[in-house]
Write a protein that binds this ligand. Structure first.
Ligand code: FEO
Length: 136
């Protein structure tokens, strides 16, 4: 799922690089979940925490850029970010141990769908403005 392609590129290297980090974390989650012999629940928990921390970092950075460019969709965009962070904050990080492999896969699918949709439908909207206003 978490395969980076040019279709995710906004064209702002700073942002694209941060999105690639989210993909890398997602890919690591997938790789661990696919191990049929033994899923390491501690690794899953660490990676979920990593995704939460990095999302907070990336969203905060992105929001500062949108604000600097006076993007009029900022408030709605911030709400989307908050919903994802709130979700990650409450998700059971020990899901592998407590709920099993099937639930881990469902969670990874949810994260992938959310991130893909958010980049393509929401982040893409500010791309041209930021490039123009901030000369990125
Ligand atoms: Fe790149 Fe709005 O997150």
């Amino acid at each position: 799922m978490f395969e980076w392609t040019s279709s995710f590129e906004i064209g702002i290297p700073l942002i694209d690089d941060q999105h690639k980090v989210l993909f890398d974390i997602g890919k690591e989650l997938e790789n661990i979940a696919e191990r049929s012999d033994k899923v390491d629940s501690n690794d899953i928990a660490d990676l979920l925490k990593k995704m939460e921390d990095y999302s907070i970092y990336h969203f905060s950075h992105e929001e500062k850029l949108m604000q600097a460019a006076k993007y009029d969709g900022l408030e709605n965009h911030k709400k989307e970010h908050k919903s994802f962070i709130d979700y990650l904050a409450t998700v059971d990080k020990n899901i592998a141990k407590n709920q099993g492999a099937e639930k881990v896969n469902e969670l990874i699918l949810f994260l992938a769908k959310w991130i893909f949709k958010h980049i393509k439908e929401s982040d893409f909207k500010y791309g041209e403005l930021l490039k123009w206003e901030l000369k990125l």
